[in-house]
Design a protein around this ligand. Structure first.
Ligand code: DAH
Length: 349
């Protein structure tokens, strides 16, 4: 076969092979085979010595033309392959932005935390500071500083768990009062604080009793604080929680750390005071204890009770949540049944 025929045959074969190559690697093999340093075109050039001199120029031109053609076709084929690869990837990684998003399940807020957050915000808005005392409290702060010496009979109402004779799981948040009173600098202004947190009692658990629950202590001390301030503060608080139409009343009570002491009732939000099962047909629901801070509590903390005075209150957050959401068993707060807890999703409130 003369070189002209070989070139023609190589042309047809080469173009077919370029056409057939489906991947970049295969195309590269074809490139090496056709136009590489040891490829078929080079081989033809090497056999030029056997060509009649008058044909050499023509053959040389054809070899160059064919190399150009191969190179062009190889480049085109490579472009096609890369384009196809990109398209395939685009297709594979296609995102339908119109699909609805996947919703993250972030759980639901605990009903007591709902009340707690709400009350914290409420009191911060009224200029109170929020403090947090230790759950393992000393006998000193929990009782003695609060006018409950070791032999005081009122301690019986708050039997709790002792870690040792001086340290206990606090039965009330009232100790927070003493801790803050000791530290407060009255030259900087009055003391207004709330102290929320867990408390413990040695109680047998049932629908209305729990060995652990949440309280929020409140304390306001300044010059010339009156019982009217206390009543106004508590009235606003109970209306904030139970509704603007609620009536309130104070009943005399006893707490060692206040004198006089009161308990506050709100008119029943269920029957509007007419009498129903929730208010035990009295028309009133007891919601908190409060009073004017006992001089001993102030003096114990080094404060001159002839100059400063004020009021304190203690709120049961479980009780607030029970009343507000109509919960019939306090144990639901702690037994972590998600069916109970999921009812308090933010959007469903
Ligand atoms: N510490 C009381 C209790 O656990 C509640 C209480 C009543 C707190 C009156 C107060 C208060 O600050 O003034 O039963």
């Amino acid at each position: 076969m003369d070189l002209f025929d070989r070139l023609k045959e190589l042309r047809d074969k080469g173009l077919a092979e370029i056409d057939k190559a489906e991947s970049e690697e295969k195309l590269n093999d074809v490139r090496v085979k056709l136009v590489g340093r040891k490829g078929e075109l080079t081989e033809i050039l090497h056999s030029m010595k056997d060509v009649a001199p008058e044909n050499r120029r023509e053959i040389g031109q054809r070899v160059n033309k064919l190399r150009d053609l191969f190179n062009d076709k190889l480049d085109d084929a490579k472009t096609e392959i890369v384009k196809a690869l990109v398209e395939e990837r685009l297709e594979k990684e296609k995102i339908d932005v119109t699909l609805p998003g996947r919703e993250n399940h972030i759980g639901s807020e605990h009903p007591i935390n709902i009340i707690l957050d709400d009350l914290e915000k409420y009191f911060i808005g009224m200029g109170y500071q929020v403090v947090q005392g230790p759950e393992i409290e000393t006998d000193h702060y929990c009782f003695e500083m609060m006018n409950l010496p070791k032999d005081h009979p009122a301690r019986d109402m708050q039997a709790t768990f002792y870690v040792d004779p001086e340290d206990l799981l606090r039965s009330q948040t009232s100790g927070d009062q003493a801790r803050v009173l000791e530290k407060h600098d009255f030259s900087k202004g009055p003391l207004k604080m709330v102290g929320p947190g867990k408390v413990y009692r040695r109680d047998d658990d049932d629908a209305t009793h729990s060995h652990q629950f949440m309280q929020m202590e409140g304390l306001v001390i300044d010059k010339n604080v009156t019982m009217g301030d206390l009543k106004g503060t508590l009235e606003l608080l109970t209306r904030h929680i139970f509704g603007e139409d609620r009536e309130t009343r104070l009943r005399p009570s006893y707490f060692p750390f206040t004198e006089p002491s009161v308990e506050m009732d709100v008119s029943c939000f269920n029957c509007d005071g007419k009498g129903c099962a929730i208010c035990k047909y009295t028309g009133w629901i007891e919601v908190l204890g409060a009073g004017m801070v006992h001089p001993n509590v102030l003096e114990n903390a080094g404060i001159d009770s002839s100059v400063y005075g004020g009021f304190a209150f203690g709120v049961g957050l479980d009780r607030f949540a029970i009343l507000k959401y109509g919960i019939d068993d306090i144990r639901d707060f702690y037994t972590n049944d998600v069916r109970f807890l999921e009812q308090f999703r933010k959007e469903e409130r």
